[in-house]
Design a protein around this ligand. Sequence first.
Ligand code: SF4
Length: 390
Amino acid sequence: MDALDARYPFFAAAREAVADAAVSLPELVAADAPAVERGRERVERALMDGTVESESGEFSGESAYDVQAELLSYPIARILVSLLDSEPAIEKYAAAEAATAIDRIREDLATDDELRSVSTPTVALDDVLAEFDLVDAVRPESPRPASGAGSGRAPAHYWIDVGPYLRLTSPSWGPSWRLVNRALADGAVRVSREELLDALEAAVEERVREGLPFELAVGEGIAAELEEGVADLKRLLSERSYAGPVDVVAPELFPPCMTNLIEKADRDADLSPPESFALMAFLVGIGMTPDEVVTFCADTSLDAEGIRYQTEYLKDDRGTQYPPPTCETLANYGICHNEEDHMQVAADPLAYYEKRVAAAEEITDWRDREGDEDEKGDGAEETADAGGRE
Ligand code: SF4
């Protein structure tokens, strides 16, 4: 097993490395090996922050965990998330693994070929395409020259066969992802390099999601050994869940990160998957129902079908909501610009909003403003017809 296996534990080579190492997971768990704590951290960070990166530092072979602990924490995390017995937890875990992986892939691709070294192994785009059996399905628009000037520059666009395109992307990501709005030629769809990475993120998520949840007899064997860790995670989820601590919709009090995302969608610009997840998690977190979110986002680039899909899965069958990503995670995605240093005030957008709501003297809930023609101002007729925000 090597650092690359640890960075990409869902790759086939990593799975083989685990099998070849003939490590017994029950024995590791019984011995409370570092991989167990890291596996627990992996799930906790996925559910709370939307990333599986360790708080002790990004894994690069020099984090608090060695290669073996990092790699083996992945199968342990899969067992833990299975034991949580919650479909939304599995969805969120898989999404967080994929988001972390694509960040690492992006970093690797930014590493110039000449700078690649054995001590810091990286993947190339062809490796990732091969991993997901996409080598023949994805072609660069302008193949790189074999050598000479410009050989180090990556193509800006690719063509991906329609079948994989439809499997790995969703119209719910925004109108520009709909096939009718795409350049199509010879059974292939044109995508930018960034869009190709979005599709690969979906491929990683699909891979991680495969086979979950494991069927484990609760209270027996490894499940019994992990009982305490699972109880901790469940407690954390219920403590950190936002089952409506604020149930008031006051757009003028939204934190800047959310206002910026809404304004971007208002301009009909597509939101990236992390942007749209952050916004949906926030709107659900402040107590909006899927129908209300659809109405609120009418006339934006977000479509009703995608909103419903995302908002439904942000609630589990007990009605508990999963919190939106923290300010730190949103800053990593470039969504937060820490306006006026208000990261000092709260750790996540919901907490910030709660403080502003608590400090406000008078609030008229947006839900009660509907139909108030005076408040709608210019363009009221059009907005009222759509049922959206003023
Ligand atoms: S500090 Fe937090 S609440 Fe404020 S803009 Fe950034 S992510 Fe949003």
